[in-house]
Write a protein that binds this ligand. Structure first.
Ligand code: BGC
Length: 736
């Protein structure tokens, strides 16, 4: 075997330029390109930057995660991943920098468009499928931004202060699923601090949890510029700094000479990088040129069709092609189809909704832009008056509203969730002359929809990628039956968001004060009204749910329900299963998503749908025992069409996996009495000391209620006993 000089090994722990790793001549390892990601390949052709400014090679722009996640379609996410892998390969890209698995903690996060959901289960399921798809083509992925990077404000310095349970159960859970199920070749560490420690130097996160607990086998790469001290980062478990900071390599050499890092640590990082990048290099070495542009465009369209969420509809949709419509709003002609920043793709083609509508109806419909989407541009004439004029003559007006790139982007957060005032004003003016209005939205994260009850239908178009325009037209005209479901709650107003008061923090950090109560978990616990709940989405047909059943089978719970298409069109229904533990020793959310399945049914058709829930989905993180544990007892499984449209439920009794806890003198009387071996002798002892009624059991329930929370140590004192009396009982109970 060739001996690689340690200097070459250290060199490999930093990139050679903005997008490439360093070659190791002695090992025959060429440079490998790692580039964005996630919803298209952004291979820059000239100057380089990571904020999406410079030009890049044409590639298919698929719906960003905000759209892809609304499909709730694992197979589709896998298919999009495969296509991305093919494109990356043909462009000689070895690692595609995505998917982003951060939780949408607050709709103001400027980068929510790149993330899947406010829910870790949905995030994990779809991100894992995406990773499997990309990697099936021999191209690596980079699961990012690990972890607790849920805002853009001060993202390189801010300390995310998250308690253990929400950190484990909400913010890390999706990442863990992806790592265990799909083994991404790389994980990208985020910029921020986590509970006081810079993530790139966070050994607990990058080594103990990621590798130790989850079994991650790949390499950890930094977010671009996230390493302050490469020596400390390597010691914590980071492998590759991208791009390499001038001077960092020399610092590692000095640290090695001074004994501040050992050679073995460098060897480990070197081997991990070498293994992953060699696979990538082999793929690109014999990659075919070009990819199926047309086929991928069609796939992007199919994904967009399923991503569109019909929020409300009083029957105005689907439209008949003979209806005299007018179209208002620049987004119909100039689509907002992807987010701004490092993920920006140069699409192979871009189709808009206006052309597609014209094609469906067979002529050019009257159109008025109403506003401009070009920052700084001033339209000539009176755009609002022109819009009102076309609206007045129409039988129905399609109004395309949304957020421009200046409103939401990587790099900064929104201040509110409102649509631009000029667009709301435009809508008001249109409604003054014509009440037959359907609104179509384009936005990367939730916006307030105060006009929902004043218009006939609202179509949420998110960001749909390069083929979103025709997909929208197909939904409007019923060529496609909408089936997207919300992967994030749409609140009535920003002040309702559970994280509202704790976002985005200040220079002392951002406290995740809402704990477990993120998104629908919080709205439900607070019984807060929302505009449209998590999981919601209408169809042009209707589905009936009946006969819900749940049974424990080994380490799974199988939930079954019969679903019938009771309408007149074929349709796709996303059957959602939420679990709840109603009686618990620990804080619980009212319900959480633990499974979903998609069914496609012809009119009148019925299907028994089976949703398998792994018991690990029911586990909570026990802070006391430092393990995942399933509490024993009854679990309720609610089945429905959204988190607030629950059509039935069933309960299951589970033995659980709680670790046995030894009783100590600091255990409470309640805890001790729950152990029969203690209750038998301890009950009479306490009763004798404190008196109490005779109502069943060795100790009366009223007495127990009064004394139950007192630790045995204190109880002994109060009863005039010595602690040793109880200790003997405890020893016997612990041994029983
Ligand atoms: C982003 C990453 C991206 C990287 C490279 C960073 O600013 O946070 O998501 O992959 O740049 O462009």
């Amino acid at each position: 075997m060739v001996q690689i000089p340690v200097r070459s090994k250290i060199a490999l722990t930093g990139g050679s330029d903005f997008w490439q790793s360093t070659a190791v001549a002695e090992a025959g390892l060429p440079r490998v390109i790692l580039t964005d990601g996630p919803h298209g390949v952004r291979l820059q052709t000239g100057s380089t930057d990571h904020i999406g400014l410079a030009e890049s090679e044409p590639a298919t722009c698929f719906p960003p995660a905000v759209g892809l996640s609304s499909t709730w379609n694992r197979e589709l996410a896998r298919e999009v991943g495969r296509a991305l892998g093919e494109e990356a390969r043909s462009l000689k890209v070895g690692v595609l920098l995505g998917p982003g698995a951060n939780i949408k903690r607050d709709p103001r996060c400027g980068r929510n468009f790149e993330y899947f959901s406010e829910d870790p289960y949905l995030t994990g399921e779809l991100a894992a499928a995406y990773v499997e798809g990309v990697q099936s083509q021999g191209v690596g992925t980079s699961l990012k931004h690990f972890a607790a990077n849920n805002q853009e404000t001060d993202r390189m310095r801010r300390d995310s202060q998250v308690d253990e349970r929400p950190l484990r159960e909400i913010y890390l859970r999706g990442f863990s699923k992806v790592v265990r199920q799909a083994q991404p070749w790389t994980v990208m560490c985020s910029y921020n601090k986590l509970n006081g420690v810079q993530v790139s130097e966070n050994r607990w996160l990058l080594t103990d949890v990621l590798r130790g607990e989850w079994g991650f086998e790949g390499l950890v790469v930094s977010d671009w510029g996230a390493v302050w001290d490469r020596t400390e980062a390597l010691k914590a478990g980071l492998d590759l700094e991208m791009p390499a900071h001038a001077g960092h390599e020399a610092e590692v050499v000095t640290a090695l000479e001074a004994g501040r890092i050992d050679e073995q640590t460098i060897d480990v990082a070197y081997q991990r990088i070498e293994r992953v990048l060699r696979r990538a290099a082999e793929t690109v070495a014999d990659a075919p040129q070009g990819f199926d542009e047309q086929g991928h465009h069609e796939l992007a369209r199919r994904a967009a069709e399923q991503a569109i969420v019909l929020l409300s509809n009083d029957g105005a949709l689907p439209l008949d092609p003979s209806t005299k419509v007018a179209v208002v709003g620049e987004f119909a002609r100039t689509p907002r189809y992807q987010g701004a920043g490092s993920s920006r793709v140069n699409p192979t083609r871009l189709d808009n909704a206006l052309d597609a509508i014209n094609q469906i109806v067979g002529h050019e419909v009257p159109f008025a832009p109403g506003f401009t989407t070009a920052p700084g541009q001033v339209l000539e004439g009176d755009p609002v008056a022109e819009a009102v004029a076309v609206a007045r003559e129409a039988e129905l007006v399609l109004v395309f509203l949304g957020l421009g790139e200046e409103h939401e982007s990587e790099g900064y957060d929104r201040q509110d969730i409102d649509l631009p005032a000029e667009q709301l004003e435009l809508l008001d003016r249109v409604l003054e002359v014509n009440q037959q209005v359907v609104v179509v939205l384009s936005n990367g994260s939730s916006v307030a929809i105060p006009f929902a009850h004043r218009v006939r239908a609202v179509v949420e178009g998110w960001l749909l990628g390069q083929a979103g325009g025709p997909a929208l037209a197909d939904v409007l005209y019923g060529r496609v039956n909408p089936s997207g479901r919300l992967s994030e709650t749409i609140p009535l107003q920003i002040t309702d968001v559970p994280a509202y008061l704790n976002f985005p923090g200040d220079e002392t950090g951002v406290r995740y004060g809402e704990g477990l109560f993120v998104g629908y978990r919080g709205y439900d616990a607070l019984q807060r009204e929302v505009a449209f709940p998590f999981g919601h989405g209408l169809s042009y047909t209707s589905f009936d749910y009946s006969e819900v059943a749940a049974t424990a089978e080994g380490d799974q719970v199988v939930v079954e329900v019969s679903v019938t298409n009771t309408g007149e069109r074929a349709g796709r229904e996303v059957v959602q299963v939420y679990a709840a533990k109603l009686v618990s020793e620990v804080v619980r959310v009212p319900r959480e998503l633990v499974g979903f399945e998609v069914v496609e049914l012809e009119p009148g058709a019925s299907q028994r749908v089976r949703v398998t829930v792994g018991q690990d989905e029911l586990a909570f993180w026990s802070v006391l025992d430092q393990v995942w544990a399933v509490e024993p007892g009854e679990y309720r499984f609610e089945v429905g069409a959204s988190s607030r449209d629950l059509r039935g439920n069933a309960t299951v009794e589970l033995a659980g996996t709680m670790p046995r806890r030894e009783l100590t003198l600091m255990s409470t009387l309640n805890q001790a009495m729950a152990v029969p071996a203690f209750a038998e002798e301890g009950g009479p002892l306490v009763k004798q000391a404190f008196g109490g009624e005779e109502d069943g059991g060795p100790l009366g329930t009223d007495t127990l209620r009064m004394l139950g929370d007192i630790p045995l140590m204190a109880l002994a004192g109060l009863a005039g006993r010595s602690a040793a009396d109880f200790q003997q009982l405890l020893d016997r109970a612990n041994q029983a």
